[in-house]
Design a protein around this ligand. Structure first.
Ligand code: GLY
Ligand code: MN
Ligand code: MN
Length: 454
């Protein structure tokens, strides 16, 4: 499907219109089964409520309930309800507040509207008559603890057996979801290209961040996660959260981990750049090769941890090759030297949440896969299945805290402190793509999006 994007929204409405009905059918079938197998007659899914800071009427940025956005692309719409009963047209209680302090949401009008019976309400008090009268027949899905005024007295909130089924199902994506994720990658790449350019011209972290927001047409609160815009040694901080406002005197490296959203679906992309064509650039090139080799290993029925362990082997080779530590591949892994340089997981599911659900679910009944003791930061250890979408994001960093820990663990003799001192001013490297599993091989949403722009 050729994506002709609307420049403002980065979505192709014509394309989504075609594939949305099949997506909705899958959700209905899933909920029919859930309701059939339970004592409930109705599923109520709440879009979420706006939260305010204490002692003030200042709202926190609104994040819609992902279980709601899976049905409807209403990401800026608090206080809406979806009411589903088997075999019936789903009801959308659409909250359009009449309020002179805020701008109300638009009247609903898009490709999805005709599949819902839409009821407009202008206050929470108006919701109750449109909800089923017998609360015992309902379960209520919300992403957060919400005030009773929103739950309308329904006590069956987020029943765990229902959540397990939904979470398990969310890990394989429909065509509609894949298209949204594809578009999100394209949107993020628009920002990444500008950001690289800005860095090469000596811009500050803050300046790069603002340019990224502008290019993706996202305000800061609309981003799927806080942009990581890290120049020089800041790149060693995995979730670096600040934006230095001043230009760096001596830029040498740039790590950008920044995403974008389309209909609530997220991209999560990282690139690392060297300011000059030097040894650090060679390390980036080597890591890029490692990342692509790992992606080439992806196939149905292997487990994600196999890929993660393979990444440790490949990173051990890089550590040897660049002289960051001494020892055999086996000893660099068994002595956790690879963990010192690469302390996070190789990847995670991606979808309506950046770290999407279900990474350790063995089945829809909620059986959990054990976490690895040696790799506690790995967020995904499932068997690989068709149409899963996950990130592949190997990294290598000079992190003081972990180097000091190696001293305590007695393995620091293996480290080459001089060579680590060389790496330190650059911080580190991460290269992260968003990958969809195919029958054979993968679709690389991120590299496809970059390739379209070169
Ligand atoms: N952006 C956070 C992560 O890569 O997991
Ligand atoms: Mn990630
Ligand atoms: Mn990331």
């Amino acid at each position: 499907m050729i994506l002709r994007m609307n420049n403002k929204q980065f979505t192709n409405t014509k394309c989504l219109k075609k594939i949305y009905p099949a997506h909705l059918d899958r959700l209905k079938t899933e909920f029919d089964q859930i309701l059939d197998d339970s004592q409930y007659q109705y599923a109520i899914i709440f879009s979420g409520a706006i939260k305010h800071s204490k002692m003030d009427d200042n709202p926190y940025p609104f994040r819609a309930n992902p279980y709601f956005c899976r049905w409807l692309p209403l990401i800026q719409h608090p206080n809406c309800y979806l009411v589903y009963q088997s075999g019936k047209k789903p009801i959308l209680i659409y909250f359009q507040e009449k309020d002179f302090w805020h701008k109300s949401v638009e009247f609903p009008s898009s490709y999805w509207v005709k599949y819902f019976k839409v009821i407009i309400v202008s206050s929470i008090k108006e919701v109750s008559p449109h909800l089923p009268s017998n609360n015992k027949e309902c379960f209520f899905i919300t992403d957060d603890l919400v005030d009773e005024k929103y739950t309308n007295g329904i006590n069956n909130i987020n029943p765990i057996n229902v959540i397990n089924i939904l979470n398990y199902s969310r890990t394989t994506k429909t065509k509609y979801e894949i298209e949204c994720l594809r578009a999100a990658s394209k949107r993020a790449v628009s920002g990444h290209l500008i950001a690289k350019n800005k860095f090469k011209n000596g811009a500050s972290e803050f300046d790069i961040h603002l340019s990224y927001c502008k290019a993706t047409n996202h305000s800061e609160n609309e981003l799927p996660y806080k942009n990581i815009i890290a120049i020089n040694e800041n790149a060693s901080i995995l979730h670096y959260q600040h934006y230095m406002k001043n230009k760096t005197n001596n830029p040498s490296s740039f790590l950008i981990d920044a995403g974008a959203c389309v209909n609530g679906y997220a991209a999560d992309i990282t690139r690392t750049y060297a300011f000059k064509n030097n040894e650090f650039q060679s390390l980036i090139d080597a890591m890029d090769k490692v990342q692509q080799e790992i992606i080439n290993l992806i196939k149905i029925d292997i487990t994600f941890i196999e890929l993660h362990l393979n990444a440790h082997e490949k990173i051990a080779k890089l550590i040897q090759q660049f002289g960051l530590a001494n020892g055999s591949i086996e000893s660099l892994i068994s002595n956790k030297i690879t963990n010192t340089f690469f302390p996070h997981g190789l990847g995670h599911f991606l979808g309506l949440q950046v770290h999407d659900v279900g990474g350790f679910l063995e089945n829809s009944q909620g059986k959990k896969i054990q976490k690895s003791k040696q790799h506690p930061n790995l967020r995904l250890n499932r068997k690989i299945e068709k149409n899963q979408i996950f990130t592949i994001e190997p990294g290598l960093y000079a992190i003081d805290l972990l180097i000091n820990k190696a001293k305590i663990d007695g393995t620091s003799k293996m480290l080459n402190i001089e060579k680590i001192a060389w790496l330190k001013p650059y911080g580190g490297i991460r290269i992260e793509d968003n990958i969809r599993v195919l029958d054979e091989g993968v679709e690389n949403l991120t590299r496809d999006a970059f390739a379209e722009r070169y």
